[in-house]
Write a protein that binds this ligand. Structure first.
Ligand SMILES: [Zn+2]
Length: 49
């Protein structure tokens, strides 16, 4: 009962980290919108790659 470290929790961490990488380089906002295969800042409208 010692090995409970690998599971869905780790996957959730990875997803959260991926979200955090999407940050607007212009205004620093993390409110990134996704539309038509593009990501853009929900605050200033800058399109991310
Ligand atoms: Zn922005």
């Amino acid at each position: 009962m010692a090995r409970r470290r690998k599971g869905p929790e780790k996957a959730m961490e990875d997803v959260q980290r991926e979200e955090m990488q999407r940050k607007c380089p212009e205004c620093g906002s993390t409110e990134i919108e996704h539309d038509h295969g593009e990501y853009y800042c929900g605050k200033c409208g800058m399109v991310l790659e």
